[in-house]
Design a protein around this ligand. Structure first.
Ligand code: PLP
Length: 399
């Protein structure tokens, strides 16, 4: 008998952290279930119902018996619709064979990392970063190299910082614009400058564009591969229906990449999960091919909430935040409050704990996103809830 317990976890599990955002949401829900009036602004999930025509398409799919296995990479009509939608919006022609539909964009990211990364490869990830990136990269055996960015630069990675982070092991750059957690949207020239470094260093690029349609003030969020000729040959675009169509629970996302890689991702998925849910694929097809007013309506609602949240937060003495150009997050600097050390609170995690305990508002600590001294507030919530939450946050900060 060895000393290893029969259910001892594999080594890869040792480094794996649970999702901090989901953990905070679970705590807020437990508190709410005990009767406390909790305002949960922790999770990145649109609060709107999935539009009715999308739900109707799913019901019709069930009635028509579309409830069996599908091709591993997705039903042909959906792959076609994703390719057509991307081609129309980006101006870059892609074929259905370049698209693999997966169980949410998180799964798409996992597939891309597993298909491209070897043990010891390095992936440059600008921080603050979305919580799952580092964990998914580690699961693949590769190493996330977290590069801090500055609020003065709107939390954007500068090309010099990218160049300085490169080592002989650097294999990939990961970009997210519009960004979770900061809400910042890179301008085309800023992305092009990063593309030049990536081309020079022969890097693969993962462009997480899941929030690309949630942009404000008439902005466009350019798709990364459009910025330089040949960039499409080294880029995997990740997107999906979760945020654009308020379909988080349906679990449909996708990768768009050159064909040999997309085939490999499809093969990987065929062994891991077979196909994404058949009914959800039909719902996503209706989302992409049906009326798009719902997207514009939700964008307008988010923009209004952005105005409210950004102006209220900026008015609190000591609070700083970048310009929120898209997505539905405010990522603000609370270093002034932490420096005061009131009640011994000196970390963003302790600050969030105390805010939940005293004011019953759930936010997520910046430390979970690789940026201590900040917190993330989701504004995917009704205006009354946001106003009440902001009142409580301001009170907690002594404003
Ligand atoms: C930046 C980013 N990428 C990917 C995802 C994953 O999306 P999905 O729900 O489709 O898995 C999220 C969800 O929060 C996200 O914020």
């Amino acid at each position: 008998m060895g000393t290893r317990n029969s259910l001892q976890l594999a080594r890869r599990m040792a480094a794996l952290e649970p999702s901090a955002t989901l953990a905070m949401a679970a705590r807020a829900q437990a508190l709410a279930a005990s009767g406390v009036d909790v305002i949960d602004l922790s999770v990145g999930e649109p609060d709107f119902p999935t539009p009715p025509h999308i739900c109707a398409a799913a019901e019709a799919a069930i009635r028509a018996g579309k409830t069996k296995y599908t091709p591993a990479a997705g039903i042909p009509d959906l792959r076609k619709a994703v390719a057509a939608d991307y081609t129309r919006r980006s101006g870059l022609t892609v074929t259905p064979a370049q698209v693999v539909v997966s169980n949410g964009a998180k799964h798409s990211l996992h597939n891309a990392f597993m298909a491209l990364l070897d043990e010891g490869d390095e992936v440059v990830v600008p921080a603050p970063y979305w919580v799952s990136y580092a964990e998914l990269i580690k699961l693949s055996g590769a190493k996330p190299v977290l590069i801090p960015t500055r609020i003065e630069d709107d939390f954007k990675l500068r090309p010099e910082a990218l160049a300085a982070a490169l080592t002989p092991r650097t294999r990939m750059l990961l970009l997210c614009s519009p960004s979770n957690p900061t809400g910042v949207v890179y301008a085309p020239d800023e992305l092009a400058a990063l593309a030049d470094v990536a081309i020079e260093a022969d890097l693969a690029v993962i462009a997480d564009e899941i929030y690309d349609q949630l942009v404000f003030d008439g902005r466009q969020s350019p798709s990364f591969p459009t910025l330089r000729p040949g960039l499409a040959d080294r880029t995997v675009v990740v997107a999906g229906v979760s945020k654009t169509y308020s379909m988080t629970g349906w679990r449909i996302g996708w990768t768009i990449c050159p064909e040999p890689l997309s085939k490999a991702i499809g093969n990987l998925q065929s062994q891991e999960t077979s196909n994404p849910c058949s009914v959800s694929q039909h719902a996503a097809l209706a989302a992409l091919t049906g009326p798009q007013e719902c997207v514009a309506d939700m964008r307008r609602a988010f923009e209004k909430r952005r105005d409210l949240v950004a102006s209220r937060l900026a008015a609190i003495p000591g609070v700083r935040l970048p310009e929120i150009g898209g997505a539905f997050y405010a990522f603000f600097d609370i270093k002034a409050a932490l420096a005061r050390g009131t009640n011994g609170i000196t970390t963003s995690a302790a600050w969030c704990e105390s805010l939940l305990e005293k004011e019953h508002v759930a936010l997520v600590a910046g430390s979970a996103f690789g940026a201590e001294g900040h917190v993330r507030m989701s504004f995917a919530a009704a205006e009354e809830k946001l106003t009440a939450g902001l009142d409580r946050i301001a009170r907690f900060l002594g404003a």
